[in-house]
Design a protein around this ligand. Structure first.
Ligand SMILES: [Zn+2]
Length: 454
């Protein structure tokens, strides 16, 4: 049995960069601190995580609707929500080198001097900008630091334009921005990121039960998509560390390469946000309960996770290094390629991603570049591409092509060989078990669809 080695953050970062999952943003110009771009494969993986969230929590449910609200947010919205006053971290600045640090975290030592830290002050994490051509006082706006306020300010509109009733949720996936003081650890803490979350509105008095329900739902989502249960841990926030809007928060921690850290969270926001927006605008933000013949302001349970952190968690869980030879041609019973090519890698990387999250579902290889095998393979590729992202690869030995596909998490590789013309069938090889199956050409797409069904 082959031994796998534990993953470190550097290996993940290297693979992500080398295979086009993630690049430091604007690297051509030296990069922008803690801002990343997603490359071709990363964009596909991130899209699949987003789609999994929407499928599970919107499409498959009766009680949740999806919105997509603006990033640019009026100053008074974020004043009413409390962010303008309280969305900050304590900051200390060194009077010698002028580097800034979070006062509530350990300050790293400098090489050439001892930091002389000034008194801590509160630093607001929101990015401010101006809307319109003139820079008047009234035009100040912020890039939203969370997507939640977009749901709260549309609470009335959603109630008025749909037939949804409490309890119900408004879901959103979208960009958010925080000018973090300390960053690093790859995608873990970034300044521009995507949040996937729900504001779930409930009748006051029922919030504790719903809160527990959503923690379980959140945990199950990650487990169903490949995170091992033993790598997740719940963390109940003590009162003194709660956000200004929260009556209670439970985080879901994950065993990242750099330690056990926050992956997702569920907060009980009470009726704080709706009450604040009611007060600021004079508009009643309540739900009229037809059965009880009375109106009330719902309480809100907010399950949330960062897409980049989920991306990092799924990569961490999926990444395995095997000693040289796991996928060798001989080991998988494939004849050595005519070129007799040998590989010289030290180890083999496999991303054991859930097939639903994998960027490419299938890779198709003609065994050789002759005898019409490429034509048959291309025809199959064209057919499968109507449903999924499919890669075509005809260069190098089959073993090498398997390894290229394994490294980016492609669950199935299909080989068109000399027998294909006779038996109208191809060999499908499984990334994880390396088992091979002979499948009729006209059954391939059903075979894949069935595998992806969950
Ligand atoms: Zn210093």
């Amino acid at each position: 049995m082959v031994q796998t080695m534990p993953v470190n953050l550097e290996s993940l970062t290297n693979l992500a960069k080398r295979r086009g999952f993630v690049y430091p943003s604007q690297e051509l110009y030296g990069g922008l601190g803690a801002v990343y771009d997603f490359g071709p494969l990363g964009t596909m993986l991130k899209n699949n995580i987003r789609a999994a969230f929407i499928k599970r929590f919107v499409q498959e449910r009766e009680d949740v609707v999806l919105v997509d609200t603006a990033v640019l947010t009026r100053q008074d919205v974020l004043r009413a929500s409390g962010h303008e006053q309280s969305f900050s971290d304590p900051l200390v600045e060194c009077t010698v080198c002028h580097q800034r640090f979070r006062a509530d975290e350990k300050v790293p030592e400098a090489k050439d001097h001892e930091h002389k830290l000034a008194e801590a002050k509160q630093f607001n994490l929101m990015f401010a900008t101006h809307v319109g051509a003139t820079k008047e006082a009234g035009s100040l706006a912020y890039l939203r630091p969370e997507t939640a306020q977009g749901m709260f300010v549309n609470f009335k509109q959603v109630l008025d334009t749909t037939r949804i009733k409490v309890p119900f949720g408004i879901a959103q996936v979208g960009k958010s921005f925080r000018n973090e003081i300390t960053t690093g650890e790859f995608l873990f803490r970034v300044r521009e990121f995507e949040i996937a979350e729900l504001e779930y509105f409930v009748k006051p008095g029922t919030q504790d039960k719903v809160f527990t329900y959503w923690i379980e739902q959140w945990e199950q989502f990650f487990i169903d998509y490949g995170i091992k249960k033993e790598n997740l841990k719940r963390h109940v926030h003590p009162k003194e560390t709660l956000s200004h809007y929260s009556k209670g928060t439970t985080d879901l921690l994950f065993q990242f390469p750099m330690g056990l850290k926050e992956l997702a969270g569920v907060a009980n926001r009470g009726d704080y946000d709706l009450a604040q927006h009611e007060k600021a605008t004079g508009t009643t933000l309540q739900f009229f309960d037809e059965q009880e013949k009375k109106a009330y302001r719902p309480f809100v349970i907010e399950p949330t996770f960062g897409l980049e952190r989920a991306f990092l968690a799924f990569l961490t869980e999926a990444y395995k290094e095997y000693p040289y030879g796991r996928g060798s041609d001989a080991a998988v019973g494939i004849p050595t390629s005519p070129s007799g090519e040998r590989r010289n890698e030290e180890q083999e990387i496999v991303l054991h991603l859930d097939p639903r999250l994998a960027p490419y579902k299938v890779a198709v290889f003609p065994l050789v570049k002759k005898e019409k095998l490429p034509e048959i393979a291309q025809k199959l590729v064209q057919e499968l591409r109507k449903q999924w992202f499919v890669q075509y690869d005809e260069s190098g030995s089959i073993g090498r092509r398997y390894r290229r596909a394994d490294e980016i998490g492609t669950p199935w590789c299909i080989t068109v060989d000399f027998d294909t013309q006779k038996d109208e069938a191809v060999t499908i090889r499984d990334r994880d078990t390396m088992k091979q199956e002979r499948v009729k050409l006209n059954k391939v797409s059903d075979w894949i669809a069935k595998k992806l069904e969950r």
